[in-house]
Design a protein around this ligand. Structure first.
Ligand code: FE
Length: 251
């Protein structure tokens, strides 16, 4: 809470990704796509189109409804990245949909010295006396989305807002977390315990770690496929609205 899902897609085999994600709906939450390698094109019922290449981010607030497709624009090579599902509180689930493309060049990279750099995708990174704001701000759950790159044995020390939930995902290498150096294996996710600091120490081969935190919503979650609402009745309404074509009309 407030993160519903983090999916890593990673393949060098076109048979895995050529089918893409043809037209499908979402309601009740936000999807955040962060490309590392490859090229995807987005189109949606709001008339938005977006090209996602390496390092680009797409922040889509599905809210009351959007229908979109995410299709690969390559027939060979590597397709790699992440899709995060970020929940919305009940009072925002039925607000109008919104969409923003964030090109790689608009995402600040903060070099903290000694083999540590951080891409600040959402929220604000505090480092020493300084602050670096990412391009995505002003979201109710106050998400921070940082991509932390560490050389071998390098250490990142950062803050997490009090009361927020936070987790890590080591997508390259492995790391030791906290003063007690708990192991975070390659491709493992780790939920941080309560506290307001985080320490990440890379292993022998260095590491790349996503650090995500956000304010918990603390509401019931009812999910059905691409819809995430608070009650079963709201899910039934989402299915009915989609089948009757109301999603596309709402844009
Ligand atoms: Fe989707």
């Amino acid at each position: 809470d407030p993160f519903l899902m983090l999916d890593e897609f990673y393949s060098d085999d076109p048979d895995d990704y050529l089918a893409g994600f043809p037209s499908h709906p979402h309601r009740g939450f936000e999807t955040v796509t962060y490309m590392l390698d490859g090229h995807m094109q987005h189109q949606d019922s709001g008339g938005n189109t977006g090209d996602l290449g390496p390092g680009d981010v797409q922040w889509m607030t599905a809210a009351r409804g959007i229908i979109h497709s995410e299709m690969p624009q390559q027939s060979e090579g590597r397709m790699r990245g992440f899709q995060l599902w970020l929940n919305l509180p009940a009072k925002e689930k039925m607000k109008p949909a919104a969409y923003s493309d964030v090109p790689s060049a608009a995402i600040p990279v903060v070099h903290l010295g000694q083999g540590v750099s951080v891409k600040v995708i959402a929220g604000t990174l505090e480092h020493g006396e300084k602050k670096t704001a990412g391009p995505i701000q002003g979201i109710g759950t106050d998400p921070r989305y940082f991509d932390v790159h560490l050389d071998a044995r390098a250490v990142f020390e950062g803050t997490v807002p009090a009361g927020h939930n936070a987790f890590l995902y080591a997508y390259e290498g492995e790391a030791a977390i906290g003063d007690d150096r708990k192991a975070l294996a390659h491709r493992a996710a780790g939920l941080l315990s309560d506290g307001d600091t985080v320490r990440i120490e890379a292993g022998e081969k260095g590491a790349r770690v996503l650090l995500l935190s956000g304010k918990p919503i603390r509401e019931p979650i009812v999910q059905y496929g691409p819809f995430v609402m608070n009650t079963r009745e709201e899910i039934e309404r989402a299915v009915n609205d989609y089948q009757s074509g109301a999603f596309a009309k709402e844009q």
